[in-house]
Design a protein around this ligand. Structure first.
Ligand SMILES: C[S@@+](CC[C@H](N)C(=O)[O-])C[C@H]1O[C@@H](n2cnc3c(N)ncnc32)[C@H](O)[C@@H]1O
Length: 372
């Protein structure tokens, strides 16, 4: 154990407080806290694992602890118990260190209590009250995925999304999940084509398309995020035009693009391993709201595809409501050829990647061709 470890747990506990009490986004709260901390790289990794792991496994940690508490602990004590339970059961920390170092962060009045509960957590085999508690997701996410994928694939996907993502780096240095690279490849860009990436920020797919020599226009509704596209294009050395625009009311002439990619805003249920706190934020109503937005974008941006051109729709979620339930847009037919690159499973008239198939994010892809 290095000298920074007690401090590491203190930093982690403070970031967890910001996430749980202030509603801060995990990644946005963590980064400045690490920068201020002066911790070594290994300790920063430890803090990152504690914060993301405790956040992902929040429900499971509570279930582990709740066997041994009779009244709900106050939020601060609850946080300490979660942090301790995470280290003991999921974090691979030696039991003695997990208990004593966590107790060391507790205010005097609850030290004995935290110590007693964590020792029991360490010593007592768990019988999980439900799969949702074991996997540490809200019931509705587990129920939805079990209904749509079947129990085995749903549980495998949910388990995989409890593991931090693999870092994949393109030849140009851009860090991008493999499944996103497969979506860009499925646009099948060729040199000289005019291609619109309608929901482009931060520019992962737009820059991949531009590498192929296409004339890429990248739009996003959020001006600040369009800035990220510009920065990322400059960093990887590709030219593209970046424009602030609403893909539901795009400022381009009808039929003016050879291909349009809609990498739509979505619930992200296939990419939950990327955002530790996302599962506790998303609600079923968000899926319904996003499905409406997606349909508007498909209708408006689809009209920009020239006759014979391609419309490619993708979302980093797994369910029908945000993908295959959308009607085939007027004037288009489905192009259901299997994409050349990637681990895709057929999903009605589209294709789906499950997170555990190739250790990537989960995605759905649907390709259409505009009739001449
Ligand atoms: C899944 S992300 C896109 C990721 C990007 N394609 C990449 O590969 O880096 C969805 C993006 O859609 C943007 N967005 C949301 N609503 C939009 C709209 N009505 N028009 C254009 N962009 C929108 C969001 O700001 C977000 O950047």
């Amino acid at each position: 154990m290095t000298a920074g470890v007690p401090e590491a747990r203190r930093v982690a506990l403070d970031v967890l407080r910001r996430i749980e009490d202030d509603g801060a986004y995990a990644n946005l709260a963590l980064r400045p806290a690490l920068d201020r901390s002066g911790l070594s790289d290994p300790d920063r990794h430890f803090v990152t694992d504690l914060v993301y792991g405790t956040t992902r496994m929040r429900r499971a940690c509570d279930a582990l602890v709740d066997r041994f508490v009779t009244a709900p602990p106050d939020p601060r004590t609850r946080r300490l118990l979660r942090l301790g339970a995470y280290q003991l059961v999921f974090g691979g920390v030696a039991p003695h260190a997990a208990v004593s170092e966590t107790v060391g962060l507790a205010p005097k009045r609850v030290r004995g209590f935290v110590n007693a509960v964590l020792r029991k957590v360490a010593a007592t085999e768990m019988v999980w009250p439900s799969d949702a508690a074991r996997l540490s997701y809200p019931d509705w996410i587990v129920d939805t995925l079990v209904t749509e994928l079947g129990e085995i694939d749903a549980h495998d996907a949910l388990e995989r999304m409890n593991v931090p993502p693999v870092v994949t780096t393109r030849d140009d240095g851009y860090v991008q999940d493999a499944s996103s690279q497969w979506v860009a490849a499925a646009v099948e860009p060729t040199g000289g084509e005019r291609i619109l990436d309608a929901c482009a920020a931060p520019g992962g797919k737009a820059t991949a398309l531009a590498h192929g020599g296409a004339d890429v226009v990248a739009t996003d509704i959020r001006a600040g995020r369009v800035g990220l596209v510009v920065d990322n294009a400059a960093r990887v050395g590709v030219g593209l035009s970046a424009v602030v625009a609403d893909a539901a009311a795009p400022p381009f002439a009808p039929a003016s693009f050879d291909a349009v990619l809609i990498d739509a805003p979505c619930s992200g249920l296939g990419a939950l391993r990327r955002r530790a706190d996302a599962r506790w934020r998303i609600e079923p109503a968000d899926v319904e709201r996003l499905a409406v937005v997606q349909r508007r974008i498909i209708d408006a941006s689809g009209a920009l595809v020239r006759p014979g051109g391609r419309l490619v729709y993708s979302v980093c979620t797994l369910t029908a409501a945000e993908s295959i339930d959308h009607p085939v847009p007027d004037g288009f037919e489905v192009d259901d050829r299997e994409p050349l690159v990637g681990t895709w499973r057929r999903f009605a008239h589209g294709w789906r990647v499950l997170p555990h198939d190739a250790d990537t994010d989960g995605m759905v892809l649907i390709r259409y061709r505009r009739r001449s």
